[in-house]
Design a protein around this ligand. Sequence first.
Ligand SMILES: [Ca+2]
Length: 182
Amino acid sequence: MNPSSSRRCSGFTLVEMLVTITIIVILAGLVVAGMDYAKESTKRNTAKVQIGLLAQACDDFKLDFGFYPGRAENSPSDGKNMSNELFSDLYWDSNRDGSGPLNDTVQKIYISDLDPEHNRQGWIDGRGQAARILDPWRNEYRYRKGSGAQSPDFDLWSPGKDGKSVPDDPKNKFNRDDIHNL
Ligand SMILES: [Ca+2]
């Protein structure tokens, strides 16, 4: 047997091993990146559906009461810390008499999926009247109405993956991943 054929039969050379490992690492990276992309895409689609549900419920509330959800005349312009007010008006105590849905069979429930005990959308944080409504990245949905809002009715949005949003500065980089009701 000549020496070169015996070397070929001995298996991979070091270079061949390194090339093979490099290819495997690159392929694994592509697979992980693809899975991350698919997960983010699913989250964005979920947020769009949830914002649509909430926005429709806000319109239904307005038809009944003549004003949009939220206690104050003007919401904070950044829309922060408002999801509990949405929760209260759209689920917990829409007629604002202090009785929750278990003790008040008269009041209207605008989104049954806001029930914290079942949490079918997985978007409720907290229990009882203190519950908040979270987007798929576990940040509160933002909401504002009144003279400070850009929309004549209300603004309702997710700050997106980065969890940040500067609504009165449309070109701000933190707004690029935001998802709005349209
Ligand atoms: Ca954002």
